[in-house]
Every structure is written in structure tokens, then in C-alpha cells.
Design a protein around this ligand. Structure first.
Ligand code: ADP
Ligand code: DP6
Length: 334
């Protein structure tokens, strides 16, 4: 029996990953850039054992459906072959983040799973190798291996992984306020939403051209520690990503009336002189990027429109961490 445990934090993309050029290998159509955050995370334990007859996947204590387990098994098959381990596994994962609500549970979930496997099977992977592995579970997970800013480079199967973006610790001056609109599972998963967009949206080519330019702009903003430039390109990039879904067939949107109200609220606070910018992912929740020095004033302003329970404050989080095991279970020998 081999056992390992790891924690990974969610990351929110400031320049979004939206579309795959290879569905099976999870290779993206464009580079993306994210900030890892400390408010939401996943802890996952995995046990590989001789007497297991199949893989079993427990999320927050509940055994998951055959379909959800199959997705995890496909990821584990790849790891079993890489680590030369023939054993089935039992996964026990805890999401300290709402699952499938556009709050990046797939990023923390698959990064934590990759980390737990690395521990259990004593794979001794480098951060780049861990990022590459996590990518094959869920694209955005490759960025959660790192704390702070990370860029996922498109690449090929071997070279598609995230790298830390040097920032002189500037991320520690930043905050992100989550406005929770709805924490229930969304109707269109990120995976299905981006596939539909790539295949059918007449705006998709425009997205790719814009995303490449936005990436150059944001890297310069980080190098210059220019918050206004960082925020402006973050907000514009999210709007362009969401624009593509309106031109898909059939069209769809992740926005709800409450999301629009939150976006208006952020614009209004900005017009009042407090620098803050929004971003959104595949779900109705809105995330507000601001500087730490302004976070209390922005929280106060948001509280006029949203309940305290709806507002979650986050700062830059750390990268993937191996966690100690409750019992002394051996790792696989190298
Ligand atoms: P989100 O916005 O939360 O990332 P997605 O639709 O992109 O939503 O991804 C949700 C999917 O991620 C889930 O259906 C599941 O397949 C996977 N996932 C979420 N949490 C975990 C976890 N802790 N362990 C393994 N897979 C997870
Ligand atoms: C909108 O990484 O969840 O959050 O690779 O199919 O698992 P799969 O998709 P996933 O998509 C994330 C999409 C996004 C943007 C981003 O995080 O870059």
C-alpha cells in the first residue's frame, strides 16, 4: 500500500485559457496567466493498494458517480503507466472551494491529485513535471503548482506547462475579493463551454488575436508593477472571453443578472476613485482585483450591495504542498 497527500490552492486567470487545440492531451489554443490565491483550496489523499479491485473517488466524503470516477481513472492510468504502478486507488478529496461553480475547483482539485500521486508513488517530479502532469487532468491546474503569478505556455505535450512569472513579490501587494453570486454547479462546464466556443463561435479568431496581445500587455504591467495597466487588461480580457460565448452555436453565457450588477458596482467604485477591476470565469461569480491598501475601502463599498457572506477576501496563495500522512504508510520505493 502506498499513500500520499497534498494541498493546492485555486488560481484565477487574469489572461484566460479558453479553448484547446488538442482535447486529449489538453493543449491550449493560447497562453494564459494567473494569480494563485489563498482563500480556496483542495486537500487530496490517495491510497494505492493491492486489494483494491477498482478506483474509487470520494469528494467531501461522498462517493462520486461512475462518470466522475472514470474521468479520474483516466488521469490515474497515465500516472500508473509513468510510475510503473499497476495498483488501483482510493481518492479522498476535500474541496475548500465550491465545486464546479466557476471558482476554479478543477485547478486546485487536479493539482492536489497530481501532488498526492507524486508523493504516494515517490515520483520525485520537478515543479515543471508536476505542472505538465496536472495539465493533463485539467488545463488550469498546471498553474496551481506555483504561488503568485504563473504563465501556462501552450507548447507541445512535452513542453506545455506553467512557469512562475517573476514579480519581485508584487503579488503580495494585491488582493482579490470574490463576490459569490451562486455556488451551485453550473450548467455548462468549462470543458464543454470552451469546446463549443472553439467549434462554433464566429468571435473565436478575434479572441485568439486579442489574447496574444493581452498577454504581452500584462507581462509588461507585472514587470512595471503598474496596477492600473494590470487591472485594465485583466478586465478587458475577461470581457472578450465571455464575448465569444455569445457567438457560439447554440449561444450561451455564464453571466446572471447579479453578475452584471456586480460588474456595474465595480465600475462605479472605480469611478469614485478606488482602483479595482473585475474578472469572471466559467460561472456567474465575479472576482475583484485591487491593491491591498484599498481592500477595506472596496469591501466597505461592496457591502452596500452584497451581504458579508457573499464577499470573500483573498491574497496571493502558495504553490502545491505535500502534506504529512496521519499514519505512517510507506511510499513506493524508487
Ligand atoms: P470549476 O469552475 O469549479 O473549476 P469546472 O467545470 O471547470 O468548474 O470543473 C469542475 C470539475 O473539476 C468537476 O466536475 C470535477 O471533474 C473536477 N474536480 C473538482 N474538484 C475536484 C477534486 N477535488 N478532485 C478531483 N477533481 C475535481
Ligand atoms: C474560464 O481548466 O477547468 O477558468 O482543461 O477542460 O479541465 P479543462 O478546463 P479548465 O478551464 C478553465 C477555464 C477558465 C479560464 C482559466 O482558468 O484560464
Amino acid at each position: 500500500m502506498y499513500k500520499g497527500k497534498a494541498r493546492a490552492y485555486t488560481n484565477i486567470a487574469l489572461i484566460k485559457y479558453w479553448g484547446k487545440k488538442d482535447e486529449a492531451l489538453i493543449l491550449p489554443m493560447n497562453n494564459s496567466l494567473s494569480l494563485t490565491l489563498d482563500a480556496f483550496y483542495t486537500e487530496t489523499s490517495i491510497t494505492f493498494a493491492e486489494d483494491f479491485a477498482e478506483d474509487r473517488f470520494f469528494l467531501d466524503g461522498i462517493e462520486q458517480s461512475a462518470a466522475a470516477t472514470k474521468k479520474i481513472s483516466a488521469f490515474l492510468d497515465m500516472i500508473r503507466s509513468e510510475a510503473d504502478c499497476p495498483l488501483y486507488a482510493s481518492i479522498d478529496s476535500r474541496n475548500f472551494v465550491p465545486t464546479a461553480a466557476g471558482l476554479a475547483s478543477s485547478a486546485s482539485g487536479l493539482a492536489a491529485l497530481a501532488g498526492a500521486c507524486n508523493e504516494a508513488l515517490n515520483m520525485q517530479l520537478s515543479v515543471e513535471e508536476l505542472s505538465r502532469l496536472a495539465r493533463k487532468g485539467s488545463g488550469s491546474a498546471c498553474r496551481s503548482i506555483y504561488g503568485g503569478f504563473a504563465e501556462w505556455q501552450q507548447g507541445t505535450d512535452d513542453t506545455s506547462y506553467a512557469l512562475q512569472v517573476a514579480s519581485d513579490d508584487w503579488e503580495n501587494d494585491l488582493s482579490m475579493i470574490f463576490i459569490l453570486i451562486n455556488d451551485q454547479e453550473k450548467e455548462v462546464s468549462s470543458r464543454d463551454g470552451m469546446r463549443r466556443t472553439v467549434e462554433t463561435s464566429s468571435f473565436y479568431d478575434g479572441w485568439l488575436t486579442a489574447a496574444a496581445k493581452d498577454l504581452v500587455t500584462i507581462k509588461q504591467a507585472i514587470a512595471d508593477k503598474d496596477f492600473a495597466a494590470l487591472g485594465a487588461v485583466t478586465e478587458a480580457n475577461a470581457l472578450k472571453m465571455h464575448g465569444t460565448t455569445l457567438a457560439a452555436q447554440p449561444p450561451f453565457t455564464y453571466w446572471s443578472p447579479e453578475s452584471l450588477r456586480a460588474m456595474d458596482c465595480v465600475r462605479h467604485i472605480r469611478q469614485q476613485g478606488l482602483p479595482c477591476y473585475f474578472t469572471m470565469d466559467a460561472g456567474p461569480n465575479v472576482k475583484v482585483l485591487c491593491q491591498k491598501r484599498d481592500e477595506q475601502a472596496i469591501l466597505d463599498a461592496l457591502q452596500a450591495n452584497f451581504t458579508p457572506e457573499q464577499l470573500v477576501l483573498a491574497h496571493a496563495g502558495s504553490g502545491l504542498t505535500a502534506l504529512p500522512l496521519e499514519n505512517d504508510v510507506p511510499k513506493m520505493s524508487k
